[in-house]
Write a protein that binds this ligand. Sequence first.
Ligand code: NDP
Length: 329
Amino acid sequence: MSSLPKTMKAVLIEKTGGTDVLQYRTDVPVPEPKEGEVLVKNEYIGINYIDTYFRSGIYPPPTFPYTLGREGAGTIASTGPNTPSDLQPGTRVVYMGTSAYAEYVAVPSTYTIPLPAAISTKTAAASLLQALTALTLIRDAYRVQAGDWILVTAAAGGVGLWLCQLLKAVGARVIGTASTAEKRGLAREHGAEVVLGYEEGFVEEVMRVTGGEGCHAVFDSVGRATFDDCLRVVRRLGTMCSFGNASGPVEGFALARLSAKNIKLLRPTLFNYIATRAELQSAANELWTFIEKDGLNVRIHNVYPLSEVVRATQDIQSRKTTGKLLLEP
Ligand code: NDP
């Protein structure tokens, strides 16, 4: 640890609330990696919508002060006791963990993997959490088959664009929803065959393009505002997968509603699909192959200096962004 600085830049919150609770600081102690942890010097930090839930209090932070941020990529600066042999100081890595909005982060080795030479730290930080969410949804939440009709809401967002691309790559027929014509154009460019807005409602058109049957599966991350309409367009024996709350959580759902079409309903989270290092490594290997061999596009909306975290957060919440937002310490 001797060559490391004692303090660093980081973003803290001391209470939950609006973007005004985000504090950019330059005097935060550099953490020491504990048993099984590595200390990563971040090059890029991924912004995810979940960060806004921890800031607003939809998901309560476990402690205060709390540093937001669930993923990043960079170089290992030091290791704690009992870390795997493939994680050594100097190794380029990508990780998922907590407290990523900082220059240095101590993360569990379970969620840290070395990067292949062909994958840059920028690409890795811009893809891991959102792309693995999309990949596990289409593999594990509902095993998508070629020819399936699949509805994706927020199709031009971070996870949304990955879903469009991966679904197309496995031969599914994608219907995407997004709030603006520009976003709908982007969803189409990334693989959506049909793109729809929200203003006139999407139910009728989804039923029409699917020949009155509805979709084999719906992947909905908007939550409260779209859940009911999504349920309407799932076909008999289909799957409704609700995996986010961008418009607020879905509450008070009566289970009996599923019996009208014997629908399967899931509310999965990525971390339960990649609970072990082997599961994470295997999913990441599959993702790197998709990126390299299928030429998937890692769309980066913008890279913001860490000091401009408020602007970045306002941008993702204001629905202006498409693809991935990154912070650079
Ligand atoms: P996005 O880039 O998709 O941003 C959120 C998008 O949601 C916006 O661009 C917007 O698209 C749409 N949206 C709809 N209603 C609202 C609203 N009221 N306020 C703000 N945005 C709204 O973010 P991410 O890719 O990071 O995450 C997408 C979703 O996936 C989130 O809900 C997130 O929580 C969830 N997620 C879940 C995971 C899991 O493990 N379950 C893991 C990762 C993400 P538009 O303007 O087109 O409506």
